[in-house]
Design a protein around this ligand. Structure first.
Ligand code: GLA
Length: 378
């Protein structure tokens, strides 16, 4: 299976934690279609931890909790598929999942077969309760190989939080995406720290195994399993933009049955999603006068077809006025080229700039997402 673009979808953990059941999943599937999420690209519906019985059956197989899923997982998968969505589930490379349910250690091939028989299309694979004599890369190789031989295309979503230098070995394992950081919670501090951490990982971005910055908290507003202080609308916009810009999978984590208009307008923005789903999926790079100086991130990314995406994230508590010398993008003064700039959130053409592009005043915690088109300088 080749996964060419960062997966998009929804995951149950951020809002629902252990409070998951068949009704929630079916209603969420309905909502993903009715809200326009599926049309926008959110195709995977993923059930996270806490879905199984505490014990395997007599044949060593995982069993869905009959109270939460009375018709079994195959029926849930069938419903999700009937809506045109793909179905994802969760397990762990240790003896137990992070919440204490049976893990897949030493059951990798049996579990991969079980998931395939239920019609699973995506497996999130966690890193809790691993035997200390087993190295992480081997634990992920075991499941990677089991999935590759289970007879069904299953997207393999590794979740070892960037621990034990995951970036150095994860591409060996067959994983299609890898979690590069610890768990997100619904607060600005969490979003900020996860974005800052990404400066270390820019060189690991690129096609082949997508850098997963964790599920989205857009629109949670402090409610739910990882709900904390919540964020402002602008902070949610900055969060979504950074995930989209850096090529992270976009897995919504709020209650999509009940999204307000602002949440929808963020999650469904076509131009921002297009930056995330760009065919080339190139590595982003630092540019601009603020880079490495403080917490105003000024990142660029070459897009398929010759445009350049620019993402500017003001993570500080004061306003910023960054600028980008076009030389830093590969457009020297002698090239005779300039850039025509579109502000992707404001939906405005800002004009043509040569030599340097200066932003407007960017308030604390806000971002700017631009698309630069290379044109002839006048
Ligand atoms: C870990 C993962 C989370 C979630 C929980 C479930 O903390 O990083 O994303 O899956 O386990 O227990």
């Amino acid at each position: 299976m080749i996964v060419r673009k960062p997966p998009m979808g929804w995951n149950s953990w951020n809002t629902f934690g252990r409070n998951i059941d068949e009704k929630l999943i079916m209603e969420t599937a309905d909502a993903m279609v009715e809200s326009g999420m599926l049309d926008a690209g959110y195709e995977y519906l993923v059930i996270d931890d806490c879905w199984s019985e505490k014990k395997r059956d007599a044949n060593g197989r995982l069993v869905a909790d009959p109270e939460k899923f009375p018709n079994g997982m195959k029926a849930v998968a069938d419903y999700v598929h009937s809506k045109g969505l793909k179905f994802g589930m969760y397990s762990c490379c240790g003896s137990m999942t992070c919440a204490g349910y049976p893990g897949s250690f030493d059951y990798e091939f049996i579990d991969a077969e079980t998931f395939a028989s239920w019609g699973v299309d995506y497996l999130k694979y966690d890193y809790c309760f691993r035997p200390m004599d087993q190295q992480g890369h081997l634990l992920y190789k075991k499941m990677g190989l089991a999935l590759a031989n289970c007879g069904r295309d299953i997207c393999f979503s590794a979740c070892s939080w960037g621990a034990d230098q995951t970036n150095e070995w994860i591409k060996q394992t067959g994983a299609h995406l890898w979690r590069s950081t610890g768990d997100i919670v619904d607060s600005w501090d969490s979003v900020k720290s996860l974005i800052i951490k990404q400066d270390e990982y820019l060189t690991t971005n690129g096609q082949g195994c997508f850098n997963d910055m964790d599920m989205l908290i857009v629109g949670m507003r402090g409610k739910g399993n990882v709900g904390l202080s919540g964020c402002t609308d602008e902070e949610y916009r900055t969060h979504f933009s950074a995930w989209a810009f850096l090529g992270s999978p976009l897995m919504a984590g709020g209650d999509v049955r009940d999204m307000d208009e602002t949440t929808k307008s963020i999650l469904l923005d076509k131009e921002i999603i297009a930056i995330n789903q760009d065919e080339a999926y190139r590595q982003p790079f630092n540019c601009g006068n603020h880079w490495k100086i403080n917490d105003v991130k000024v990142w660029a990314k070459y897009l398929e077809g010759g445009d350049i995406a620019i993402g500017i994230f003001n993570l500080t508590d004061h306003a910023a006025d960054p600028f980008i010398p076009l030389d830093a993008l590969g457009l020297s003064r002698v090239s005779g080229k300039a850039v025509s700039v579109r502000d992707l959130w404001k939906k405005e053409e800002l004009g043509v700039y040569a030599d340097v592009f200066r932003t407007d005043h960017i308030p604390a915690h806000e971002c700017r997402m631009y698309r630069f088109k290379v044109v002839d300088a006048k």
